[in-house]
Design a protein around this ligand. Structure first.
Ligand code: PNS
Length: 163
């Protein structure tokens, strides 16, 4: 049986921190599905389609990585794909409480069929977050260490920033 995992998130937009987790999980599992949450309650800078396209472009050379989007509960989506492992990245202790709660909720709600595995973010990306990248870019700051160039361009375009 081949091993499969889902890496869910908002990815608004994807950063080098996310790419690091994707690359490392794709080495551990036979098949990795990166899935963008289509959250109607949250305003995002990028549409779901734009976020999916960014992830597809960034992972185009990773043959065992698929990019999709989902709506609703993660446990239902995982069940529909017969996937039993969720991947999440942990940057710092501040992530831990939130992630622990989600992981335990998902395990309970799924009847203990969905487990979460955490990868610790590589140190060089531990400070990164999509929110801080957006804030820096919105004021015309340099985000080249945070996201690939093609993503940086799209973020600056959203804020009508020329650099
Ligand atoms: O990148 P994010 O915003 O930290 O990702 C959060 C995500 C998408 C993993 C989480 O919000 C999620 O899985 N939402 C789907 C709804 C759900 O299943 N909620 C139950 C768990 S509390």
């Amino acid at each position: 049986m081949s091993s499969k995992a889902i890496y869910p998130g908002s990815f608004d937009p994807m950063t080098y921190g996310h790419m690091d987790i994707i690359r490392r999980s794709a080495e551990i599992f036979d098949e990795l599905t990166v899935s963008v949450l289509n959250n109607v309650n949250k305003t995002a800078l990028f549409s779901v389609e734009e976020r999916v396209n960014i992830l597809k472009e960034a992972t185009k050379d990773m043959k065992n990585v698929k990019v999709e989007s989902f709506q609703g509960l993660l446990i239902d989506y995982a069940r529909s794909k017969d996937i039993h492992v969720v991947i999440r990245g942990l940057r710092a202790i501040t992530d831990f409480e939130y992630e622990l709660q989600i992981a335990q909720t998902n395990r309970k709600l799924s009847g203990e069929t969905l487990d979460t595995m955490f990868l610790t973010t590589s140190l060089e990306y531990a400070y990164l977050s999509s929110s801080s990248v957006k804030e820096i870019a919105s004021f015309g700051g340099n985000i080249e260490a945070c996201v690939p160039d093609f993503v940086a361009k799209q973020i600056y375009d959203k804020y009508k920033v020329t650099r």
